[in-house]
Design a protein around this ligand. Structure first.
Ligand code: HEM
Length: 200
């Protein structure tokens, strides 16, 4: 009956965010020669200021479809550990600026779009981890754990996440909402990092 095959949610998310990924990647300083330990620390502080409120909002909204395990996938504690390893105490961490212009998660689909961005970012993290280890001697013990947050499980976790995404029944409108939330997650993150003056 339907000769036209509808794009999967993953296809829609990939197509809908590809350009935003390229744009943000270009502005992140990980491969920039001028990136030094100080800039790296400010970058990580800015990541913390986004992931913290973002994960709180997502995990408390009550709309994430069943099958996603936040305990397994929460990343803010790893960022917190990195900042501590870099020498920040609890008071200094509490005083860090936190993003208030977050994407809106008002539907289960919107949650999925945001989660796609946060989970996908762990893949690029593998590239960044190697670069930061070579250039700044940053490793899991001295401020680089976030870049390898899932460690040897990275590939497995991504595959599991794609299985989760692929098994949820979403109609065309829901897919559209997921893509909008994913796009909004990329742009809120970029605007936040920009406001913290850590981008190129
Ligand atoms: C300089 C920084 C970055 C680099 C070099 C980078 C690189 C990559 C690479 C190589 C992949 C594909 C990995 C694979 O297929 O195995 C990837 C995937 C992805 N990255 Fe990034 N990334 C960066 C930053 C980010 C950031 C900041 C985010 C979001 C906050 C992000 C979100 C994603 C997503 C959602 C995917 C999954 C795409 C898909 O397969 O559907 N990336 N990245």
């Amino acid at each position: 009956m339907h000769s036209q095959v509808a794009p999967t949610l993953l296809d829609a998310l990939r197509t809908g965010t590809a350009l935003l990924h390229v744009a943000l990647e270009k502005r992140l300083p990980f491969f920039c020669e001028q990136l030094d330990a100080g800039w790296y620390q400010r970058l990580l502080q800015a990541y913390y200021g986004f992931y913290g409120p973002m994960e709180v909002a997502l995990y408390n909204c009550g709309l994430i479809p069943e099958g996603y395990d936040p305990v397994l996938r929460v990343k803010t504690p790893t960022l917190l550990g990195d900042l501590t390893a870099l020498g920040l105490d609890a008071q200094a961490i509490r005083a860090l600026p936190r993003c208030t212009e977050l994407p809106v998660f008002d539907t289960p689909a919107a949650c999925l779009g945001a989660l796609y961005v946060l989970e996908g970012a762990t893949l690029g993290g593998q590239v960044l981890r190697r670069e930061m280890a070579q250039r700044l001697d940053v490793n899991a013990e001295n401020g680089g754990a976030f870049l390898n947050v899932y460690g040897a499980e990275t590939g497995r976790r991504w595959k599991d996440f794609l299985d989760y995404l692929g098994h949820l029944p979403l109609d065309a409108l829901a897919k559209q909402r997921a893509v909008e939330a994913a796009r909004s997650t990329f742009s809120c993150f970029e605007q936040w990092l920009d406001s913290q003056e850590v981008l190129l």
